[in-house]
Design a protein around this ligand. Structure first.
Ligand code: HSE
Length: 346
């Protein structure tokens, strides 16, 4: 089969995937029999373009760099909004990479529902729809006989969800705990080196780690969304986004960081979920002082880490990038290849 891809949103993540697709096109075809063309892109800021025969991704990336407008692309239909791009193009795979809103999930939630209702596969890194409505969306995908994947919503391309879902299936997961927000870990790391909070946050934004509204990062809501997604996906929970307790890093001062270090600790924003004896799942996000000899204390910068506690394997930890252009772009690719593998078998 040939994937005909439409990007909804073409910011850091979408461009990250586009760069990988250009670089790896031949290898992906040869190694995984993965064939694709990108037929449409619709972005609120950069405009939209559709050509049923395929678009030149490099030309589009060049336009983003030079004019910032993909509508300057020489040929194709222009001006379609995200919903028309989803419904009226010949795309069969929608990549939802518009901005994240963890309160309403919109506009991404409507994008995803519309795509599934129109029997198109969906891959996304957008946490909003998944944190709010994963069950509803998965059952809609099943009803319409299409696939939906969202590995990149937790730890970007580092395979946190797939590890729990596939590789640890049957291992008896009892808990998961770790550092799941790159921005705050980056800020805490830079503050320890002497930078002030505002400058560290600005750098995290410039490097593409932070959310469009970084309040979501620093107040812990992004980590909360991720632990809810993880618990609901991997631990059979049905947590609502507002149920777990949540505290971010805004109250931690440079003085606190220094003092903790002197005492042999390091502040980290920790997200966790645990299956209780009655089968219910408790989750939380909170800053914790971690002893310096603990593995989580040595996860620095935008790197994330997640430890699954399991009945038969003990603790299994995965460490890797949790944010950024290429890692999150790769998250989309890993999901697309998973769908390709599945559909190639049927
Ligand atoms: N803002 C998020 C973070 C991006 O810093 O981890 C990846 O989800």
């Amino acid at each position: 089969m040939e994937f005909k891809i439409a990007f909804i949103g073409f910011g850091v993540v979408g461009q990250g995937l586009a760069e990988i697709l250009i670089e790896q096109k031949e290898a992906l075809k040869e190694l995984y029999n993965f064939n694709f063309k990108v037929v449409a892109i619709s972005d609120v800021m950069k405009g939209s373009i559709y050509n049923q025969n395929g678009l030149d991704l490099q030309k589009l990336l060049d336009l983003v760099k030079t004019t910032g407008k993909i509508e300057d692309y020489p040929e194709g239909i222009k001006g379609w909004d995200s919903l028309q791009t989803i419904t009226d193009t010949n795309s069969n795979l929608i990549l939802e990479v518009a901005w994240t809103d963890l309160t309403t999930g919109e506009p991404a939630l409507t994008h995803v529902k519309t795509a599934l209702q129109n029997k198109k596969h969906v891959v996304m890194t957008n946490k909003g729809p998944i944190a709010l409505a994963v069950r509803e969306l998965l059952s809609l995908a099943k009803e319409k006989n299409v696939e939906m994947r969202y590995e990149g919503t937790v730890l970007s391309g580092t395979p946190a969800l797939n590890l729990g879902l596939y590789n640890l299936a049957g291992a008896g997961i009892t808990a998961a705990r770790g550092i799941v927000n790159g921005t705050t870990n980056y800020i805490l790391t830079e503050m320890e080196k002497g930078m002030d909070y505002d400058a560290a946050l600005k750098q995290a934004q410039d490097l593409g780690y932070a959310e469009a509204d970084p309040t979501a990062d620093v107040e812990g809501y992004d980590a909360l969304g991720k632990i809810v997604i993880l618990a609901n996906t991997v631990m059979g929970a049905s947590l609502k986004k507002d149920e777990p307790s949540c505290e971010g890093i805004t109250k931690i001062t440079s003085e606190d960081i220094k003092k903790a270090k002197e005492d042999g600790y390091r502040w980290k924003l920790i997200a966790g979920a645990e299956i209780k004896n009655d089968g219910s799942v408790d989750a939380y996000v909170r800053p914790e002082k971690i002893p310096l000899d603990h593995p989580l204390a040595n996860i620095m910068g935008p790197t994330n880490a997640l430890t699954y506690s399991t009945k038969y394997l003990g603790d299994v930890t995965i460490v890797g990038p949790g944010a950024g252009r290429a890692p999150t772009g790769f998250a989309l690719l890993t999901d697309i290849l998973d769908i390709n593998r599945l559909l190639s078998k049927s």
